[in-house]
Ligand binder design. Sequence first.
Ligand SMILES: NC(=O)c1ccc[n+]([C@@H]2O[C@H](COP(=O)([O-])OP(=O)(O)OC[C@H]3O[C@@H](n4cnc5c(N)ncnc54)[C@H](OP(=O)(O)O)[C@@H]3O)[C@@H](O)[C@H]2O)c1
Length: 321
Amino acid sequence: MSIFSLVTGRPGRSGFGSASTAEEVTAGIDASHLTAIITGGAGGIGLETARVLALRKAHVIIAARNMKAAKEAKDLILKDDENARVDVLKLDLASLKSVREFVDKFIALDLPLSILINNAGVMFCPYQLSEDGVELQFATNHLGHFLLTNLLLDKMKETARTTGIEGRIVNLSSIAHIHTYQNGIKFDTISDKESYSDKRAYGQSKLANLLHSNELSRRFQEEGVNITANAVHPGLIMTPLFKHSAITMRILKFFSFFLWKNVPQGAATTCYVALHPNLKGVTGKYFVDCNEVEPSALATNESLARELWDFSNKMINSLKA
Ligand SMILES: NC(=O)c1ccc[n+]([C@@H]2O[C@H](COP(=O)([O-])OP(=O)(O)OC[C@H]3O[C@@H](n4cnc5c(N)ncnc54)[C@H](OP(=O)(O)O)[C@@H]3O)[C@@H](O)[C@H]2O)c1
C-alpha cells in the first residue's frame, strides 16, 4: 500500500484500505463457532477488536491487567448487543507468573480456542524492568505474548484438530519494527540500561512480534497444523499508547493528520486477518490497511526468527521461580 492509498483510503487488492472500518471488513461474517482471546482488549484498538468480534458472534475473552477497565469494556459491548458472549480474565503480560495464572484460568473454563490476538502493548516507556527483571517493552510486547502463545498452543491445536476449524494467531506489530537496534534484537544486552533507547526498544519489540509470528507459521507448516500466524500494522491511531510522548505526537499529528486513522479503522486490519475467509490458509505474512505488504529484511530473516525463539525460551526457563 502506498502513501497515496493511505491518504486517500483507496482500497487495495483485498477490496479494503486505510479508510475501511472493522465492521466493514467483517460485514456478513458469522463467527459464532469461534472463541477468541484478545490481549489488551479493554481499551484502544483492542476494545474495538473485541466489540466487533463479539458483534460477529464470536465468544470473546478480554485479557486485561486492569479488571475495572475490562468490566467496563464488557458492559460497553453488552450495551451494543445484549446477547454478546464476552468474558474477562486478568492478564499482566509484564509478569510471567500472571501469564501462567491466566492460562490456568482459561484452560479451567474448558472452552475451545480458535483465535488468539496478541494486541496489548506499551510504547516508548522510560527505562524500566518488568516484575521478572526484563526490559519492560520487550517483556510486555514480546516475552509475555511468547509465553502466552506457547501455553495456549495445545488448546489451539486440539481445537483445530477436533473441529476442523482453522486457528488464527494475529500479532500486533507496527511499522516501527523498522526502527530497531543494529542487528535487530540486542540479545546480549536485552535489559541493559546504558544502551537503552525508548524508541529503538519499541521498534525491537515490534520486530520481535513479526519474527514470532513468522516462526510460529514456519513451525505450524512443518508440523502440518491447521493454524495460521500473521502480523499486522494497524496504522497510526491516537490512543493511550502515546502517553509517554503525548505532546510530541499531538504536534506530529497536527502536521500529518492525513496519515492518521480513527479507532474503528485502526481495528480493521486485525479483524480482517482474524476473521476474513479470503485469508484461509494465508500464513507468515504482514498486513497493513488490510493488504499484505513486505516487512523489513530483518523481519523476514529466518535465522533471526529461530534465534529469537530459542532466546525467548531460554530466558523464560531461566526466570522460572
Ligand atoms: N495506536 C497506534 O498508532 C499503533 C500503531 C502501531 C502499532 N500499534 C500496536 O497496537 C497495539 C494496541 O495499541 P493501542 O493503540 O490500542 O494502545 P492502547 O490504547 O494503549 O492499548 C494497549 C492495551 O494494552 C494493555 N497493556 C499494556 N501493558 C499491559 C500488560 N503488561 N499486560 C496486559 N495488558 C497490557 C493496555 O492496558 P492498560 O489500559 O492497563 O494500560 C491497553 O489495554 C499495540 O501492540 C501497539 O504496539 C498501535
